[in-house]
Design a protein around this ligand. Structure first.
Ligand code: AR6
Length: 207
């Protein structure tokens, strides 16, 4: 992961070639929100207390989008361990809004936190379900002493969530955990989503 920073003299924020921009999450600035471009399967900060979040489905056995990429990069052991996650209902290992943790296997990050965002057009309260997916991912991370966590734009692909509304929910949810992590990252694949997230963070996290 590229950690070669250059100071952006206009804003005082630190950025690099992957578009990395940091925002303090607490007044003491002990905890930072970092927004960057990239492929989440390559992300890692320390390889022992870091986790990437997988935008999975309720079966938790892989799929398309980021879920497919994460399973391919982690290797077949990830599917084997997902199969051992108990079903809460037939075929359902992780209901919408909940989260489960596994090792990262061949991924550079040590852990994967699997969560399920809402299908935008099928959920009666998509904002509440999306906020639950973020909060429960952060809660599971905290319970497992994760210090660094990276999220993709949950539900913004196959599940059809409008980007601007998703950004509001995502950043507001992270703000509820101002002191629990060293860094919370958003690793965003799409330039349009990256721009949306950056503008929303400037709006919701201005000092
Ligand atoms: N790194 C970062 N972001 C990515 C990557 C990547 N490697 N690949 C895709 N994205 P999606 P969802 C972005 O569809 O909407 C799966 O089939 C992508 O551009 O992965 O929550 C699951 O099994 C988009 O912005 O997740 C479920 O069935 C964002 O990640 C369903 O899709 C999320 O897109 C979940 O749908």
């Amino acid at each position: 992961n590229c950690r070669a920073y250059a100071m952006d003299s206009s804003s005082g924020k630190v950025s690099s070639s992957n578009g990395e921009v940091r925002f303090p999450l607490s007044p003491a600035a002990s905890s930072a929100l970092v927004i960057q471009k990239g492929d989440i399967t390559n992300w890692s900060i320390d390889g022992s207390t870091d986790a990437i979040v997988n935008p999975a489905n309720e079966r938790m056995l892989g799929g398309g989008g980021a879920d497919g990429a994460i399973h391919r990069a982690a290797g077949p052991e990830l599917l084997q361990v997902c199969l051992k996650v108990p079903e809460v209902r037939p075929g359902i290992r992780c209901p919408t809004g909940e989260a489960r943790i596994t090792p990262g296997f061949k991924l550079p990050a040590s852990h994967v936190i699997h969560t399920v965002g809402p299908i935008y057009d099928a959920d009666s309260n998509p904002a509440a379900s999306l906020a639950s997916a973020y909060r429960n991912s952060l809660r599971v991370a905290k319970e497992n002493s994760i210090q660094y966590i990276a999220f993709p734009a949950i539900s913004c692909g196959v599940y059809g969530y409008p980007y601007d509304e998703a950004a509001t929910v995502a950043i507001s949810s992270i703000k509820e955990f101002p002191n629990d992590f060293k860094e919370v990252h958003f690793v965003l694949f799409s330039p349009e989503i990256y721009d949306t997230w950056l503008n929303k963070a400037k709006e919701l996290l201005k000092e």
